[in-house]
Ligand binder design. Sequence first.
Ligand code: KG4
Ligand code: ZN
Length: 352
Amino acid sequence: MRRPLALGIETSCDDTACALVDADGRVLASMVSSQLAAHRPYGGVVPEIASREHLRAWPEVSAAAFARAGAGLAEVDLVAATKGPGLIGSLLVGLSIGQTTAWARGLPFHGVHHLEGHLFSPFLRLEGEAAEPVPERFVGLVVSGGHTSLFGVEGGRVEPLAETRDDAIGEAFDKLGKRLGLPYPQGPRVDELAELGDPAAAPLSVAAPGRELFFSYSGLKTQALVALGRLAEAGVGTEAAAAEEPPLPPPVLDLLAGFRAAAVGQLLDRLGRLHRREPVPLLAVSGGVAANRLLRRRLPEWCAERGIALRLVPLPFCGDNAAMIAWAAQRRHALGQADDPLAAVAASRLAL
Ligand code: KG4
Ligand code: ZN
């Protein structure tokens, strides 16, 4: 372990996460406590429940992280917590814990933007290996339940290149799955079921031809919902039968495969547009949807064909986690930056 040791805290949505990461980006511990069971009866995240669950889970999650790392609070040299964007009540729990810890122990503090955490997470490695030094220049694609964003990173400066104009890609997966009566979180389940379908049997279009870089997933979601309505009218079952495997009939599985192919296709289409404008040297892909099976299969071959180096975030760091927050703080610390722990403010909406 190389000092300084960073304590990372992430509570922006429904995962309570604590991590310890050293100066080389070695993840000594990364604990994530999911609140799935608490939110499942409602089919989505209930903000009030999320805040209470963070308060309840924190002592256990943090104790597990320290035990795993074989370190105590006395060894922590800097503290980092997500300041936004996210659910305000959830953010306040983790940020307050981080601020108080840093202030009480006189340690440097970093209020980290959630997307900055995701953006640099593809350079983390597993099994306590040091992270890859963050390259001078790369393009970052963050795909999650809240974001579908492209960034250009050069010399520590982050420039937003494109965002979604409506739904985030993960949100579209979740909403389609919710309509089918699949349990929360629907995205991974839709992905799993799409593996069983034939995308060519139910092709959906990648909207918005042209040269613009922005994403849009609400049109694709609507196309899929309309196609589902037609199947239902034709007598096909479109409500998931929990007791059966697969829980949906073949025409619906084909539709899920067609939806997933178009969703991933849109990402590749926009990356292609960007690459034609100016060659992309290295692409770093992160966020919950970076766990998508089709995306993880297509990206390596797509990048290889174009001579683009690819860094796909390791699976354990796809979803929300605190290792990425601690790692972002290590970068900031190395650049000589720090925040006043008493002045940091949580924000549900926050530009990077
Ligand atoms: O990064 P994340 O944990 O939280 C946000 O910052 O949003 O991403 C969660 C999102 C959810 O929308 C979830 O359904 C989606 O990522 N997701 C997936 C897959 N795994 C998670 N979407 C498609 N395919 C997956 N395998
Ligand atoms: Zn996230």
